[in-house]
Design a protein around this ligand. Sequence first.
Ligand code: PLP
Length: 411
Amino acid sequence: MAYINENYLKLPGNYLFAEVARRVAAYKDAHPDADVIRLGIGDVTLPLPAASIAAMHAAVDEMAKKETFRGYGPEQGYDFLIDAIIEKNYTSRGIAVSPDEVFVSDGSKSDCGNIQEIFSTDDVIAITDPVYPVYLDTNVMAGRTGALGADGRFEGVVYMPTTEENGFAPALPDQPVDMIYLCCPNNPTGTTLSRAELTKWVDYARKNDAVILFDAAYAAYITEPDVPRSIYEIEGARDVAIEFRSFSKTAGFTGTRCGYTVIPKTVTAKAKDGSRHPLNALWSRRHSTKFNGTAYIVQRGAAAIYTDEGQKQVAGNIAYYMENARIIREGLSALGLSVFGGVNAPYIWLKTPNDLPSWEFFDKLLHEANVVGTPGAGFGPSGEGYFRLTAFGDRQATEKAIARIREKLVL
Ligand code: PLP
């Protein structure tokens, strides 16, 4: 008799984007001529940087010849990519990271989701609310939570509201926690933690023997000098923090797949007998057992973003999206809406007018302006009453969407 992992039954269906798609399809059925503009999904629209394309073409040619063909690569990633990551993202910012502290992967969704495997199921997790749902769902699957309550919160999880009231800087937990998920810049709010705020978290983790799981998937979008690009810019973070990075939003790799995780050898956690163990060794064991490396061709494409021309191309794409963000942010602010994010991130988070519930605002925007966004409630209970628009769309479509909202949305 095979039994299932019943923790999976605690999870509600993958409701958010399915429900968005259902409502848009119903609207289009009823209004076949409507020109619906989608500013909902968090996916890029510009093609890969030319430098990555050229590098991947060359890598395909290598694969075609017996002398240069490559089979299984190192599970942790090729040196050419790890060295480039360290030099451009860490050494250049005065941060010491050694090659065996970097683990290349097929993207940071897998890493953010899988990292919990190396922690005890007795650990208590703290998550900001609203946030990227992967952190919570993977912990539910692992049995680190109780059931989902009527208030939309899982039992045993410490939710840290991240809202307008606290300036999108969550308060430190008022009960003991072991694993703290921080996402900066945050998806969906597009907001960040300042150096002082992040220092508070690192100090808290050091004092309370907790580990910070720091998702920096959108680090490349940070423009303000006071926002750390890496948690390791904060003193002491090398003892308590794991950092996740991705090529997806930085360089258009959402469909190509490449990311990496940094685990300094100085980050440790306890076994039940009190002995301390480096998490780097546990993750290395997990990674090499369950993962067989990211494709060589893809790693060549990723490494190419660190060349001079690659850096220019990536900066160009990011500037394009951030101009979209400016258009959305300024366009909506001019209408008197309360708008957050969009300065250090490609997400704009707005407070729904007249305190409309998120889904009601979704329908209103779809019906009145034919624009699709994402209801904030889908990212956690504290997202209710908010709404996310993304800057990843096409420029013309973005401009058209804002013009339509200005003309047609009844506020
Ligand atoms: N982390 C955050 C906060 C994200 O928003 C996303 C993707 O949307 C990811 C991680 C996953 O990125 P990847 O494409 O590298 O799996």
